[in-house]
Design a protein around this ligand. Sequence first.
Ligand code: F6P
Length: 355
Amino acid sequence: MKIAISTGGGDAPGLNAVIRGAVLAAVHRGWECVGIRKGYDGLLGQEQLVPLGPAEVRGITHLGGTILGTTNRGDPFHWRERLPDGTWVEHDRSEELVRAFRAHGIGALIAIGGDGSLRIARHLLDKGVALVGVPKTIDNDVGGTEATFGFDTAVQTATEAIDKLHSTAESHERVMVVEVMGRHAGFIALSAGLAGSADVILIPEIPYEMDRVCNKIRQREAEGRHFSMVVVAEGAVARGGEEVYLDAERRRLGGVGDRVARVIEQKTGKETRTLVLGHLQRGGSPTTFDRLLGLRFGAAAVRLIAEGKFGHMVALDPPTIVSVPLDEALAAPKRVPLDSDSIATARDLGISLGD
Ligand code: F6P
């Protein structure tokens, strides 16, 4: 058996642990592994396949990023190419990719990706590629699994940032607004906001009203707390408003933190600063939790191949790793449930959720 591994979409801490887990579990069965460079580029003439054996995956569990490289512009069904005149055209190169899998004698693919990459994998399955999925994203928004690897590290990074901002906010008696990633899900904001003792947490699942946010800050002021910490998910929306984009055409979220900060300053008169944590949340060494989850996901993906469970994705159903059909995982994106105990905890702690 020859297994190919691909890492597509945005990187997430723990990717290398998945690669190591998968490669060693495959070698353990006497199977061969290759890595596809940069999503599927390595099979579409752009880059190469790289051999993956024990030597290649030695000492990588603690490393951030992915040794295979990745891209979030590598959809073989909608391949974008820039013409000499600067315009872009789109091709479907999926048949070419399927032929390349066959030409290289690849018997199974482990597709490690978030929502977008797993959807591409699902279409490749329809074209006859035997594959299994591994859910990856710092956003934790893939259905069918309690957690994706990368999320815990991102929350740790965001929590540490909020901790550090607290002392400077207090010294200067300012409001600090921290914008965190998460796309259309508020998991990072809610977890880091709770752990970092934020006063206001704004998440996409709960449209916010600036009057409510400002009331919380005024209430703290009246209680002699002259600083406040506001955590805003990049996908948060004002009631009746829309998501804020840095680049609307490419749907790159960003800028809501600044927008919230400006209104806070205008309405409360409090000096307010914004910090956008951005890609810091995707970088660095994975936490112990993400390393373990990555290793377990990688080895479990190889077990799925051994069982012939193609079209399935490994998933965490604590305390164990299970498998779910890709169709089930992709049926609906995961969002923070409004009846979750984390939301109830935030409200019980007196944190404003902007509603
Ligand atoms: O999905 C992971 C993520 O980091 C999101 O939280 C964020 O919105 C997006 O990717 C950023 O993508 P890019 O790296 O293309 O700017």
